[in-house]
Design a protein around this ligand. Structure first.
Ligand code: PMP
Length: 405
């Protein structure tokens, strides 16, 4: 499967061995990805011989760390096709990125009677921040339905959007179903009524090549930890003119131009949105993770994961009493249920055979309700996944069916 040597890649990831050095079938990469040694080494160096603060030091170590911190901003900008480094804001993760836009863009712009458009498959982090800001503004949240195979229904979106809709926020790739959104078309629909569109790219950035200018969206967010990088760091990209017009998110050190007790003026974007000592080492780790995936190539990773998901889907569908959710062309994420067995039991039995999956509502309770289930079992692939993982999953599910008769 795929166009790269997956065996060599597996060796880059110490987390793919269990405590006894035995191969572990890690199928929970959509929750968080294992880290390649290159990222772990970059983090160790950044906390070790390279460690110093950024933006303040007059000594060489700090100046070098500042260069690394800002070079990483350029790496991120290139990675997602941003027009300029200054459109990249470091945040704690996708959740903080969405909250930042909800508070600093929507919180400023929305008036009573305005509307926000989300979809049925959104992660709670792309629902709750919008509800919070809508409630304050007296705005309303509307929900785009899904097609029968679990994609955001863009025909329905085109039919329901109105000039009252000021913000559209959609997932690029569903964390439950793996459905891939046609972002360009969604952006065209949003822009046709003058709305802005935010794309939650959490599950897309590790799985497919992203070019925010070609996609023509207005805001794009993702978390480093799903991209083989560290936790606690993520990215908000926004068009420069939108960032320039937004007030700061938090006040503190580093985000100011001049402070007096009478009046404070703010630094330009993106600095204005990065109050306090930033997650310096996280940024270094994110940059190393981007270098790592780019050396393999996102197109190759995408093809590899789609092939594994397709193989797993057809094997699971051959088993009696297993139902697989989502579209045929899922991008490396599969949700399924084993009839009569709670997903937590499925997950526990699989764990006994060295297969790690996720079981639960996946922070997407409205989607669970739509699917008519409380929870699903979810297998999600990463660039290091291989056919052995798929075989172990299928064998594990056969065992589940045997145990539950
Ligand atoms: N959106 C999607 C689609 C996700 O899968 C996740 C993480 N499960 C998030 C948003 C939130 O990301 P984080 O918890 O890293 O902020």
């Amino acid at each position: 499967v795929g166009t790269f040597d997956r065996l060599d890649l597996r060796h880059d990831f110490p987390g793919l061995l269990d405590g006894n050095g035995v191969d572990w079938h890690y199928l929970d990469s959509a929750a968080t990805a294992q880290k390649p040694q290159a990222v772990i080494d970059a983090i160790a160096r950044a906390y070790g011989v390279d460690y110093a603060t950024v933006h303040r030091g007059v000594y060489e170590r700090s100046a070098n760390m500042t260069l690394a911190y800002e070079a990483a901003r350029r790496t991120v900008a290139h990675f997602i096709g941003a027009a300029s480094d200054s459109e990249i804001v470091y945040v704690r993760g996708a959740t903080e990125g969405i909250n930042l836009v909800a508070q600093c863009w929507a919180g400023e712009q929305l008036k009573a009677g305005d509307r926000i458009l989300l979809s049925m498959l959104e992660h709670h982090s792309n629902i709750v921040p919008w509800q919070m800001v809508a409630e304050k503004a007296g705005a309303q949240v509307d929900v785009v339905p899904l097609t029968a195979d679990g994609k955001i229904d863009l025909d329905a979106m085109a039919a329901m959007i109105t000039p009252q809709h000021k913000m559209v926020a959609l997932a690029h790739v569903s964390n439950v179903l793996g459905s891939v959104l046609d972002v360009r078309r969604a952006a065209d629909i949003a822009h046709s009524v003058g709305a802005k569109i935010l794309i939650d790219g959490c599950q897309a950035v590790p799985r497919l090549a992203v070019d925010v200018q070609a996609l023509d969206c207005d805001f794009y967010v993702f978390s480093a930890h799903k991209l083989y990088g560290p936790t606690g760091i993520g990215v908000l990209w926004a068009r420069q003119e939108l960032l320039d017009a937004m007030p700061p998110y938090q006040g503190g050190g580093s985000m100011i131009d001049k402070v007096t007790f009478e009046r404070t003026t703010y630094a330009p974007a993106p600095t204005r949105f990065e109050a306090g000592t930033p997650h310096i080492v996280g940024v270094v780790g994110l940059s190393a993770a981007i270098d790592y995936v780019q050396a393999i190539g996102l197109d190759a990773i995408h093809a590899h994961e789609c092939a594994l998901a397709g193989k797993a889907r057809s094997a699971l569908e051959k088993l009696n009493s297993v139902r697989v959710f989502g579209p045929e062309d899922s991008a490396g994420i599969l949700s399924f249920e084993v009839e009569g067995v709670h997903p937590h039991d499925v997950g526990t039995i699989l764990d006994e055979t060295g297969v790690a999956i996720r079981a639960g509502h996946h922070c997407a309770q409205p989607l669970m309700r739509h699917l008519g289930v409380e929870a699903t079992a979810r297998a999600s692939f990463g660039l290091y996944s291989d056919e052995g993982d798929v075989d172990a999953l299928v064998k594990g599910i056969e065992r589940v069916r045997k145990i539950f008769g």
